[in-house]
Every structure is written in structure tokens, then in C-alpha cells.
Ligand binder design. Sequence first.
Ligand code: ADP
Ligand code: MG
Length: 489
Amino acid sequence: MKYIETSTGKWEIVIGLEVHAQVISNSKLFSSASTKFGSAPNENVSFVDAAFPGVLPVINTFCIDQAIKTGLGLNGNINLVSYFDRKNYFYADLPQGYQISQYKHPIVSDGYVEIEDEDGEVKRVNLERIHIEQDAGKSIHDQSPTKSYIDLNRSGIALMEIVTKPDMRSADEVTKFVKKLRSILRYLKTCDGNMDEGSMRADVNVSIHRPGTEFGTRAEIKNVNSIKFIASAIGFEIDRQIDILESGGVVDQETRLFDPSTGKTHVMRSKEDAQDYRYFPEPDLPPLILEQCRIDEIRSTIPELPDAKTARLQRDLDLPHYDASLISSEMEIANYYEAALSHLPSGDNEAAKMLSNWMLGELFSYLNKDGKAITDCNVSPKDLAELVMLIKTEVISGKIAKEVLKLMWDSGKSASVIVEENGLRQITSVGDIEKCLVGILEEHPDKVAEYKSGKEKLFGFFIGQAMKKMQGKANPQLLNDTLKRLFDR
Ligand code: ADP
Ligand code: MG
């Protein structure tokens, strides 16, 4: 267990998250209006979203299916009966004056996400629940000096609120949790996880206490919308609470906001209790009753998820955990890798590892440099696999392969075409290599003499000269062996 130690002793950190994940769906939770991101303000607003008098919500069954899929993907229990409730509060961008949410009986209970803790051990972060609710609109305060504007495009979009138990103990664990959660939601295609577009955001609950004592009072930091900000907010909050407790104060249970420009959290309001929201059963919607066969059918559509994929790649290909988990972290990366793998001889684990090295190393550096996603990569999986096999069968050296990949990246041509067009085949003829070396030795009789009188590091000089003459194409091992043989004669 990791504690924070100050001059007064050790503190244990406790963190729980409430993650709001926007459901991928073409239309909203209770209306047919579009959910398209980036539309003109108030373009996607139906009478239901604007809460005109007399309108009634109609449940979008696709959103429910998405929540079920999420619950199953996160190892939760799907409740065959759940209820919608009204959560009443006043906000300018909430035209109904209440939010339809699920309170006592959510659609999903329990579940967990596995992360690696500081010691590389698997740690479970348990989930309390996942419930469905509608999003509010957006108030815009920075367009006019005197007015605020309201954009209701977001009003009524389906959200899943994923609530964890207070199971995390450091900002690092929270970062890993959010990344893993986002990866699973993307695999499931139930939330795009784009935090910068607001489709995933988290309320971060933080408290501290002395090890062995009860949990402390938490502060809740609302609506943090990037992984970096979540980590900074936690760091700030831990310091703030330690300062308060060590100077004899008490931490207030309150709701705070994180300001990215200062890296600080500041108080927004004192924490409201459930009764402040005057929850009551939503009279306009019946209970949500699910058939087991619907759940089973959705279960059959769940793809292999990142943890299972990582384990399989390690088991079947003998890949190191690092490689396997990086490949599995995004479905598109995994798809690319597995497509390339299908072009390698089956059972050739050495080639599989080389492919991983070339993809995660060279290819990723080109993608990063050009800010491209793997799905826009102009080196096809098949061509990368071919490059790997050219190296493995010693048609080209690893060093030349880097040049080849650069040309592949620029031209979109295949590895073998580039090797042939540019005459890059490795020189593996002992005769040619020996002839070249003999020439070099003849050109440098003085250096040869020095070498023979004990200046052994000149060996590298001769190799370098020969490589240069053969444009880097000599098989390095053969070159070394041949030079040794020439000197030993
Ligand atoms: P609310 O809905 O009022 O915010 P909940 O009891 O549902 O309250 O808890 C919300 C979140 O707070 C959960 O993610 C939970 O893990 C976390 N939490 C609860 N107690 C603590 C605590 N002492 N320290 C840190 N987080 C906590
Ligand atoms: Mg809360």
C-alpha cells in the first residue's frame, strides 16, 4: 500500500469516481432529435428536449441496449427491473426543471475494472452501479459581456453514470482506471470516450485518513474532463486536505471545481444531500423491464475485450506483457496488428515479436510525427508484415529496413518493391564481402599495422569503411566474421 508521508506521519488516500459517459446513439434518450456533435447551437432540439408543456418522453431502446452492453462489458449484473426517477433542480440549461435519472434501482449493479497497481499486481476497482440519465444543455457565458446563451443540443442526450466504490488509492491508479474504462467503452462502441468533446467526464471524490482509521470526509470535484486534469485535481486536493487536517481543521463535505489555468480546486457549493433533489418515481415512464433473452443476445455481440486480448497475445505468441497490453489498449491498434500477423508464418513467435517492435516503435513514431491515427496509416498491415519477413529472412538488415520503412511511409509502396527498385538487398556473398574488405585493408596499411600491434578498436574502423563502400548493405554478421578470418590468417 502506498501512503503519503509528512512530518506528522502517514496519510492514506481514498478516491472514488462518478464517470459520466455519453452513450453512442444517433438519437437522444427520450426524443428522436440528433446527437451530432458540433452542430449549430439549438439545431438538434425537439419539443421534448426543450420541455414544452404536455410532451412525453419515449424511451430509446437502443440507448438501453448500449447500457446493458456496457454493464456486461464491465462485469456487472443487469437488473431485469429498474426504475426512472425525477431528480429536481433548477438550472438555466435544464428546461424541465428536473433530470430523469435512475436513483434507487439502476439498470446495472456491481461490476469491476482491473488495473495494474504500482507493484504491477492486478487490482480490481469495483463498481457500485451504472445508471442511465439525461444530459442537460449548456450555458455559454463567454460570447457576450452582458448575456448568457443557452444551447440545448446536449439536452436529453443519454448518459451512463458509472459509479465506482472508493477503491482507488492514488492519482496513478485513477489514471489507469480511466484509461482502461475508456478503452473498454471504445471496444464496446457504447461511448466514444472523447474527453475533449465532453463525451466522458468525471466527478472525482477524494478523502484522506490515517492508515488503520476510518475513511475521511470527501470533497467532490465536479466534471473534470481530461485525464491530466483529474490527476492534477487529485494532487491539489490531497495537499489541501493534508494542510487542513495537520493544522487542526476539518475537511468540509463540499462540491468543488477544478480550474485548469491555476491547477487549483475551489469551492462551488456545500454538498447537497439526496433529499435536496426531492427524488420521486418518474410518473411519465413505466418501470424498465428487461427480458433475459435480450441480455443474452447483447452478450453474444461483445467482442474480445482488452484484458482478454492481452492475455491471449501473451499466451499464444509469447509476447511480453508490455507489448501485448499496448497492442490491446485500442481496438484499432489490435486490429492492425492482427491483420499484419495473419501475413506472417503461423506459429512464428519470433516474427510476431519483430512485428510488434516495428509497429510500436518505428511505425508509431511516424504516426505520431504526422499526427495520424493507425486507421489512416498508409503502410498497410500486409506491407509491414512483408518488411518484417524481409528482415527475418536476411534479405535486408534491420538498419536498411528503417530506410525502407521511411520510403514505404512516403510512397505507399510495398517493402519488396522498394528493396528491388533501390537495389537494397543485403550482400550475403562471402566472396563479395571478402573482396571489399581486402581492398580496404590494402588502402590502409598503416592502420592494419596499428591494429596488429594491439590497437583493437580499429576493428570498428575497418567495418565502418566496408559498410560505407557497400552502402550499408553488407550482412553485418558475415562482415564481422569475414574480417576476423582475414586477420586470423
Ligand atoms: P453522491 O451520489 O452523493 O455523490 P455516493 O455515496 O454515491 O454519493 O458516492 C459517490 C462517490 O464517492 C462514489 O464514487 C464513492 O466511491 C465515493 N466515495 C464515497 N466515500 C468516499 C470517501 N470517504 N472518500 C473518497 N471517495 C468516496
Ligand atoms: Mg456525486
